[in-house]
Design a protein around this ligand. Structure first.
Ligand code: HSE
Length: 337
């Protein structure tokens, strides 16, 4: 499988590392042999139809800040030029989230679909802004558009939810969908100041390039939009979500909740009547009261009740595993058709 990687930041680099360390496993267990024919970042690209030497690409990215400096493969081309010039099966879109117009990810995904490439995205922006349109484009062209890493990082939230709703009806989705804010709230419970906790979350690679997206609740709102569309069948966009972040939470609020056996958590809730993001005090015994960069999603079903899934929801390596999962499912689909 020939792939192009757009975006070579935390997730893109972790993905390259996973491909290197899991090469044999992927081949043996899934028959998946991945050749990265191009990697693109904001300064240029590294291109090789024979397959890039990922060790070298990672080294040059680390040392020179861009893949464009990789000897003999580096160039100044942008993504569109790159995918027009190489033979590839899949675009992995891992550029940063932009909620104003979804760029550059929006153009990357549209171009890739127009040129006949399947797409795996971990970028939430284009989906939060135009999910129905992008899904229709992919379906119309019989191409895969996979996005399991957009919700829950490495945690297979969407696959879990889809399995739960088979033969039942989902009435409510609620969850901790942002690792950064959950990390901050947990560290504040332990006595840290907001700013210091945020700096730690940034250091650990959980936060968005612009951490305002995390603390304002917008990142949670994006994931809630994806869940509401995919699991509840609602046709909502970011505009339909009432959003409140964690910037107004004071240490006293957290202390008070703790003394009452509760934990303050930033929840995203989607049900028939409303879709909102808001910090709430929940029982410490609630399965949603997870700590640090964990995510938790509870799905309430008409017949089988409330099911919860929890796990690490942010981090380069965690999210990169979701890309691998999506590639495996594209591989299975390619074999079947
Ligand atoms: N900034 C996001 C978070 C990354 O903290 O959850 C994963 O989407």
């Amino acid at each position: 499988m020939n792939i192009v990687v757009a975006g070579f930041g935390t997730v893109g680099q972790s993905f390259a590392q996973l491909l290197l360390s899991h090469k044999e496993l992927l081949k043996k267990a899934y028959g998946l042999v991945v050749k990265v024919v191009a990697a693109v970042d904001s300064k240029g690209a590294a291109v090789s139809q024979r397959g890039l030497d990922l060790e070298l690409v990672l080294k040059y990215k680390r040392e020179h800040g861009t893949v464009a400096k990789v000897p003999s493969a580096g160039c100044e081309m942008g993504l569109t030029e790159v995918i027009q010039g190489v033979e590839a099966d899949v675009l992995v879109e891992a550029t940063h989230t932009n909620l104003t117009n979804g760029e550059p990810g929006m153009t990357h995904i549209i171009k890739a679909l127009q040129l006949g490439l399947n797409v795996v995205t971990v970028n939430k922006g284009p989906l939060a802004l135009a999910m129905p349109m992008l899904k229709e484009m992919a379906e119309h062209r019989r191409l895969a558009l996979k996005f399991s890493g957009t919700v829950g990082g490495g945690l297979p939230v969407l696959a879990f939810a889809k399995e739960c709703v088979k033969g039942d009806r989902a009435v409510k989705v609620e969850g901790i969908l942002n690792g950064t804010t959950n990390y901050i709230l947990t560290r504040m419970e332990e006595g840290l100041k907001f700013e210091d906790a945020l700096a730690e979350a940034q250091e650990k690679g959980y936060a968005e390039r612009d951490p305002t997206l995390d603390i304002s609740g917008m990142d949670t709102a994006c994931k809630l939009v994806i869940l509401a569309n995919e699991v509840l069948g609602k046709r909502v966009t970011l505009r339909d979500v009432r959003v409140e972040g964690i910037t107004k939470i004071k240490p006293e609020d957290i202390g008070m909740a703790k003394s009452l056996g509760k934990a303050v958590r930033l929840l995203g809730v989607a049900e028939e009547s409303e879709v909102f993001v808001k910090p709430l005090a929940i029982d410490q015994s609630d399965p949603l009261a997870v700590k640090y960069n964990y995510n938790a999603v509870a799905l309430t079903l008409e017949n089988s009740g409330r099911h919860t899934i929890t796990g690490k929801g942010a981090g380069g390596r965690e999210t990169a595993t979701a890309i691998i999962r999506d590639l495996i499912s594209i591989k299975e689909r390619l074999v079947m058709t």
